[in-house]
Design a protein. Structure first.
Length: 209
């Protein structure tokens, strides 16, 4: 059964406050998203397996540890998820990057897949799917469906801010996926925005309306 992890690290919480602030401009918003993604990547990789190797220090030979050949992939949900990718790659630069594009059908209001590009060795990789917001959960569920349809088996979902409704939706349809969030907010409002949230992450990140 997938678990939900809320990161309470002081640096993450401090930066998240400025991300929420309506006075934070586009440039600062992007920089803060990038920084928090790096800090979250540090936490999300805590359980990567290690193997022992020999290393020659300036003093003598020693036993030390390196990551045990784990193949990782980062998959942003377009477009807002793009803002989290570079922050993760700072810590795990060898990770491959895929993309999942979704749009909301105006009739059904359901997310529809329009673009998916993943590394060729999907079945051999552990994936981190990223999106700043987990609101209704519809986009996250569909993105996870897209990966699983193409053979992905080990997936984690990482976001900055989540609503309880979105967390429950992901757990309902993807009980095997662990969810990593910086803040679990109060609820969704009648328009589907997270309260108190941070507004529209994509618009604030790219300076659009």
């Amino acid at each position: 059964m997938g678990k939900v992890y809320v990161f309470d690290h002081p640096l993450i919480q401090h930066k998240l406050t400025y991300i929420r602030d309506v006075r934070t401009g586009t440039k600062e918003f992007r920089e803060l998203i990038d920084e928090v993604a790096t800090l979250m990547a540090f936490e999300i990789t805590r359980d990567l397996p290690l193997k022992e190797v020999d290393v020659e220090t300036p003093v003598q030979k020693a036993k030390s540890s390196v990551i045990a050949g784990k193949k990782l992939g980062v998959v942003p949900i377009l477009r807002a998820g793009l803002g989290m990718v570079d922050g993760i790659l700072k810590l795990i630069p060898a990770a491959k990057v895929g993309h999942v594009g979704l749009y909301r059908d105006p009739e059904t209001l359901k997310p529809v897949e329009y673009y998916v590009k993943l590394p060729t060795d999907v079945e051999e990789r552990d994936f981190i799917v990223v999106d700043p917001m987990l609101a209704t959960g519809g986009s996250a569920v569909e993105a996870l469906n897209s990966l699983k349809k193409r053979g992905a088996k080990n997936i984690r979902f990482m976001c900055l801010i989540a609503a309880p409704e979105g967390v429950e939706e992901v757990k309902k349809y993807h009980p095997d996926v662990d969810i990593y969030i910086a803040a679990l907010d109060e609820k969704l409002n009648e328009k589907g925005y997270i309260v108190p949230g941070l507004g529209d992450a994509g618009d604030r990140m790219f300076g659009t309306k």
